[in-house]
Design a protein. Structure first.
Length: 114
């Protein structure tokens, strides 16, 4: 129901854009967001965007990452600039709808390395 794409290998200082599209079977989409999980660590928040457009970011990515959404396409995007090796992780998109149902994407690997 969620299809994420855009991960890959990038050098430090580089950029990537992640995309996550929700299928039409998910109704009443509320908050859309990105989370990440590095090896040996718990999954944590990267950024979220509410249906009204207000955003929230983890302190570690503020000023470097930008989250946005395409309401017509039910898609959430994450633009990642000035990437650092510590940004290396599997990135997951998440949607919570108005009924409290939670949907996770399959994860996309982001590796920042020279």
């Amino acid at each position: 129901q969620l299809q994420a794409s855009g991960g890959g290998l990038v050098q430090p200082g580089g950029s990537l854009r992640l995309s996550c599209a929700a299928s039409g079977s998910i109704s009443g989409i509320g908050v859309m967001g990105w989370y990440r999980q590095a090896p040996g660590k718990q999954r944590g928040l990267v950024a979220t965007i509410a249906s009204a457009g207000n955003t929230d970011y983890a302190d570690s990515v503020k000023g470097r990452f930008t989250i946005s959404r395409d309401y017509a396409k039910n898609t959430v995007l994450l633009r990642m600039n000035s990437l650092k090796p510590e940004d290396t992780a599997v990135y997951y998109c998440k949607i919570t709808n108005w009924f409290g149902n939670v949907y996770w994407g399959q994860g996309t690997q982001v590796t920042v390395s020279s």
